[in-house]
Ligand binder design. Structure first.
Ligand SMILES: [Zn+2]
Length: 318
């Protein structure tokens, strides 16, 4: 997969020939005049802030004339977005960045992405969305391909007024980021935790396990070799049975669980979710760092990266 920086000329071509206002999602379109827009005009960072557009046409004019390196809109709605004042509420957003996954299923160096780690980010985004909808009963959940991963964006009325600490609790719940008091319950957080643990554990490599205090090489090797047996115990909530692995005493098991719980929570950047004034990459815009379109994904299972490749790149590669 080719990912390279777009040139200023390619940015101009993208916004003049390809950018389509119909790709601005409804949840932004319907609240456009209440959002703060931010831009990175030249690739040096999103320091052009406090922009307000009353209509999508105004936004389009700006994009076509400035061809920004990156474009962002706030998750928050404001009475006075151009002053970032009069906060009215904010979407709940989860950012799953394939380049920052705590455990990579591939051999990508840190900071880069490939099809495999993008797919892992996709599976995690789906898992988060299933909990938001199923356990927390939230609706209006959208997936956005961000260029290097996925955003899960929730526009349910019930999340809009939440404060940072309440959002932090949602992050803990959805990611399986805290140890439950009971591992065995059939429903609720206990189940979410087991499912997250299962996914995290299944991606573990030997070198990950060796980071856990008290885990000797022979134990780590056995856990990798007999991963399916360990995963079955996790699935059934019988974490106590993991002690049947030689060398995995109660103290080491506790260290292992704490290690995995911390990994669980690192699949998303919690800072993004708790920041109620955050700006997020604008769906329909170009991620110039990788020359990919940021876009709403209607069917996340069927989404293919080719859909996000802009015309100038397709033509350049034939
Ligand atoms: Zn990768």
């Amino acid at each position: 997969m080719m990912m390279r920086e777009a040139t200023p000329e390619e940015r101009r071509r993208f916004y003049q020939e390809e950018w389509d206002r119909r790709e601005v999602p409804d949840f932004i379109l319907h609240t456009i005049s209440m959002r703060e827009f931010g831009f990175d005009l030249d690739g040096r960072g999103p320091n052009n802030r406090y922009n307000q557009f009353l209509t999508v046409d105004q936004l389009g004019d700006f994009l076509r004339s400035r061809a920004p390196y990156s474009a962002y809109a706030s998750v928050a709605l404001y009475g006075r977005p151009s002053a970032r004042e009069g906060w009215l509420g904010a979407e709940l957003a989860l950012d799953i960045d394939a380049k920052d996954l705590p455990i990579k299923p591939c051999g990508c160096p840190p900071g880069s992405v490939c099809e495999r780690c993008l797919d892992e980010a996709r599976q995690v985004a789906k898992q988060f969305a299933a909990v938001l909808a199923g356990d927390l009963g939230l609706r209006k959940i959208n997936f956005v391909y961000s260029g290097r991963g996925f955003h899960v964006r929730v526009n349910d009325e019930s999340v809009m007024p939440l404060e940072g600490n309440e959002r932090a609790q949602i992050v803990d719940y959805v990611t399986g980021g805290v140890l439950p008091s009971d591992f065995t319950m059939a429903l609720g957080y206990s189940k979410v935790f087991r499912e997250r643990l299962e996914r995290t554990f299944s991606s573990l490599k030997l070198e990950d396990l060796l980071q856990v205090k008290g885990v000797k090489k022979s134990l780590a090797q056995r856990l990798i070799l007999e991963k399916d047996r360990a995963l079955a115990m996790i699935r059934r909530g019988r974490l106590d049975e993991l002690s049947s692995f030689e060398g995995l005493g109660p103290k080491t098991l506790r260290n292992l669980l704490e290690f995995l719980t911390k990994l669980n929570s690192s699949f998303t950047d919690g800072k993004v979710t708790i920041d109620t004034k955050r700006i997020l990459r604008l769906p329909s815009s170009l991620h110039s760092g990788v020359s990919m379109k940021c876009m709403v994904v209607r069917d996340i299972d069927r989404f293919r990266l080719e859909e996000a490749v802009p015309k100038f790149l397709r033509e350049a590669s034939g």
